[in-house]
Write a protein that binds this ligand. Structure first.
Ligand code: LLP
Length: 423
């Protein structure tokens, strides 16, 4: 299992020593289980590898926005990369009394910021706005002047760098909706500098997600660095280079050494930075939390249709949509280790869509009604992309910390679902 905190101990799948069977029994299924230790360990890899450059790890909240996780990461010294006022509110709540300090490590990205979100971020004195269009720049200048709050800005530039990943999560090409064409950036910085309440302080880039080679990151960052040199000549005091997120993990069953991946990533980014005196911002999401999490589910039925065998789990695409949306692969393992001969099955959920599958033609040891399974690497873009489709309540979330499990989000109830409605 290697890069994952989920391993077999005496034939039982455990998370940092805690039995998943026991958690499933106690809290019910579907159930998200996270290892706090692994998240902390992953942050440490970044902190170590980037120790020799001024940097801030701004965790991309969208990957998993559970308050319990945000609090844990804030305690590790992380900043945050946000894309909505809702995410900012989450960070503020998770930070508690340390919210001023934590907001000072927040960057606000996204192509469609609304007035209330901009105002909230201005009042919260965040570190920087990653501005994605000229129109947004004008709006931000207007709001900053109105509230008399200074705003540090970075333009999110589009470096026109191709990175191999799923087309839905690739963002660094000119044809994508993200960022401002890097060739037009100087002109926009000049415009930004005209506004009294705006301070051009950084340049930001993000080329996509689940990228498995470091070269595209280095290529994008060196274009950013080239731009910064030019901007400094133009008289802008640029101090921050935001390299975005996107470092991928191995969702497969093979060997994966996360520490080595971060080391290579750091070497590549630092080479791109060269001797430039800059504060580096990093926005990893998936890499910090994906492998720390699993979605635990119970087999409801095993059914044969023609030549196919369907394992029907109590978790579904509304709980974890990645296979349905991106044809993503997630390893699926039984909670009780089995040496029995594997057979090909489809693992599916109860939702009324053929797209509601977790795996197709997957070799699995035989499963029967009542057996437990775990979908691995579900810590990122699992719960945060969940929905109530088919009027299914969202799963509970449990965090394992120092050998103890605690609920960080209780299972929703049908009453929760109906609360905003009227007849
Ligand atoms: N920064 C920005 C501006 C982003 O748009 C994203 C992700 C990140 C950072 C974090 O990227 P990460 O390190 O997690 O790759 N739902 C998809 C992934 C969508 C990513 C969106 N942006 C999935 O499940 O694969």
């Amino acid at each position: 299992v290697g890069a994952r905190p989920f391993v077999y101990r005496d034939g039982e799948l455990v998370c940092d020593g805690v039995s998943l069977q026991r958690l499933a029994k106690k809290y019910g299924t579907p159930l998200y289980v996270y290892s706090a230790a692994q998240m902390v360990e992953r942050v440490g890899m970044f902190t170590r590898e980037f120790a020799d450059v001024p940097h801030t790890v701004c965790y991309a909240v969208k990957a998993n926005s559970a308050l319990g996780i945000l609090k844990l990461l804030a305690e590790q010294g992380c900043g945050f990369d946000l894309v909505s006022g809702g995410e900012l509110e989450r960070v503020v709540r998770a930070a508690g009394e340390r919210r001023r300090e934590v907001c000072g490590r927040v960057v606000f990205s996204g192509v469609g910021k609304q007035v209330w979100e901009i105002d909230l971020a201005l009042r919260s004195k965040i570190l920087m706005f990653n501005v994605e269009s000229e129109e947004e720049l004008e709006l931000l200048a207007e709001r900053a002047a109105k509230l008399k709050k200074r705003a540090r800005i970075a333009l999110r530039v589009n470096p026109d760098v191709f990175a191999e990943t799923h087309p839905y999560i690739s963002t660094g090409l000119r044809e994508h909706k993200f960022g401002i064409d890097i060739r037009l950036a100087r002109k926009v910085y000049a415009r930004a500098a005209e506004f009294k309440w705006l301070e051009p302080a950084g340049v930001s880039v993000h080329i996509g997600s689940q990228i498995r080679s470091v070269e595209p990151f280095a290529a994008a960052l060196s274009r950013v660095v080239g731009l910064i040199q030019q901007l400094r000549k133009d008289g802008h005091a640029i101090r921050y280079a935001d390299a975005g997120g996107g470092l991928g993990i191995d969702y497969g069953a093979g060997e994966f050494d996360p520490a080595r991946e971060v080391a290579e990533y750091a070497v590549a980014l630092k080479a791109a930075l060269g001797t430039m005196d800059l504060h580096l911002l990093l926005e990893p999401g998936r890499f910090l939390v994906a492998q720390a999490g699993a979605l635990v589910s119970e087999v409801l039925f095993v059914k044969k249709n023609g030549t196919k065998t369907f394992v029907i789990a109590d978790a579904a695409m509304n709980d974890l949509i990645r296979p349905a949306l991106y044809q993503a692969h997630h390893e699926i393992v039984p909670l009780v280790e089995s040496k029995a001969k594997k057979k090909k099955v489809d693992v599916v959920g109860p939702v009324c869509e053929s797209g509601d599958f977790f795996a197709r033609d997957r070799e699995m040891a035989p499963l029967k009604r009542g057996d437990g399974i775990a979908l691995l690497d579900a810590g990122a873009y699992g719960m945060s992309l969940s929905s109530n489709y088919n009027t299914r309540v969202r799963p509970a979330e449990v965090m394992v910390e120092r050998g103890k499990a605690r609920v960080i989000r209780r299972r929703e109830t049908l009453e929760d679902l109906f609360a905003p409605e009227s007849v």
